[in-house]
Ligand binder design. Structure first.
Ligand SMILES: [Zn+2]
Ligand SMILES: [Zn+2]
Length: 269
């Protein structure tokens, strides 16, 4: 199994001005590949900005953790890329709550057309927003998935992604969350958990109020990681990432790995 965080910033800005060697990652999209499974995209922050339509078309399934804009910003472009490859209806999997937000605020006319209502000449709708079941397993792109609610102010789901040999747990955007660790405890093949660290500790009140982690609350969550499971970090707010990385190195040392945008992380067969 392997995964990568897709890039979402452009090279070319002065490296001296950067607060960190880690490129900014303002948007969130992961791609997962497994044994006979995938590529599966988790979130659509930047997947629709990634290469030509033929490359986007290699994605066999797309599932959203929630509808916040940093996770769906490029969703219309990805759907258009797939439509150019005659893939209608393009299916986007998400919770009922996230689908409600997408229909009300994104694919509703003022920001982008209603692709569920538009049809190809042969009657196929351009897009289908497909609700996933909560708590029940479902299949997507050859993976077994399970979605569970996490601690974020809008309907948001963590995802357990299993290829039959190994599993990755995506924590999505979330503050401290018991459900995440219950899901981890029920996943004997778990290889890695993907967590967030959005704000530095001086912004703890904002992190708590917006359903995010700082290095302090992340460190407490790390106590609950099952033995032998790797912890991969993403979703560092770009403006604070230098501070967040420095705080984490003091608090937890090398207990976490920062996902380098674009780089594959190999989790073994
Ligand atoms: Zn969010
Ligand atoms: Zn986010």
């Amino acid at each position: 199994m392997r995964l990568r965080l897709l890039p979402s910033s452009f090279p070319g800005s002065s490296s001296e001005a950067s607060p960190s060697s880690l490129p900014a990652q303002p948007l969130t999209s992961f791609v997962v590949e497994g044994r006979g499974a995938g590529p599966l995209a988790i979130d659509a922050g930047s997947v629709g900005l990634f290469g030509e339509p033929a490359e986007m078309g290699q994605i066999r399934g797309l599932v959203l953790t929630h509808a916040h804009i940093d996770h769906v910003a490029s969703l219309p472009m990805w759907v258009e890329g797939m439509l150019s490859l005659d893939r209608a209806p393009v299916r986007v999997h998400a919770s009922g709550g996230a689908i409600h937000a997408l229909r009300a605020h994104l694919f509703s006319g003022p920001l982008f057309p209603d692709f569920e209502a538009l049809r190809e000449a042969d009657g196929r709708p351009l897009m289908e927003l497909v609700p996933f079941p909560e708590g029940e397993p479902f299949e997507l792109a050859g993976f077994d998935l399970r979605a569970f609610p996490v601690a974020h102010p809008v309907p948001t789901h963590g995802l357990l992604v299993d290829d039959g040999q190994g599993a990755i747990l995506f924590g999505a955007d979330s503050g401290p969350c018991d459900r995440l660790w219950e899901a981890a405890a029920e996943a004997p093949r778990l290889r890695a958990v993907v967590l967030e660290a959005s704000f530095p500790e001086r912004m703890q009140a904002i992190a708590d109020g917006s359903g995010h982690l700082t290095p302090a609350t992340l460190a407490a969550e790390l106590e609950r990681v099952p033995e032998g499971v790797r912890v991969l970090l993403a979703h560092l707010k770009p403006a604070y990432r230098g501070e967040i990385i420095a705080e984490l190195s003091r608090r937890v040392g090398d207990a976490v790995e920062f996902l380098e945008p674009g780089a594959w992380v190999d989790l073994g067969q």
